[in-house]
Design a binder for this molecule. Sequence first.
Ligand SMILES: [Zn+2]
Length: 118
Amino acid sequence: MSEPFVALFFVIDDKILLHKCRLENAEHYAEMRNYPRSHMDVWERHYKSEYHVDFDFYPRGRVIYDMRKEEFYIYYDPCCAKQAMKVRMMLGRRTCKLKCDPNYICNQCKDKERSSSY
Ligand SMILES: [Zn+2]
């Protein structure tokens, strides 16, 4: 079975840009384990110069781990449900819950939201 991990990811043209770390290197917040960097951090460092848009332009998500419940959670933009499922597969048989999260919505979703509120 593959090593458990926490992570964040971006999805660009069907490609998953995954940044992960082992649980022992994760950030601790009570019983939760989180990837220690923010989407903005990772984006500015690795992708901004290539894509010339802000970090919240593309669909993205995060993998966190609840030590107490021994469960993983994947939070993601609804546009990248398929890719979130692929990330989920990397965790093997471990318990993992997938949830859409408005924190991670992309530019397209924001446009939809804006136009629907008129
Ligand atoms: Zn979206």
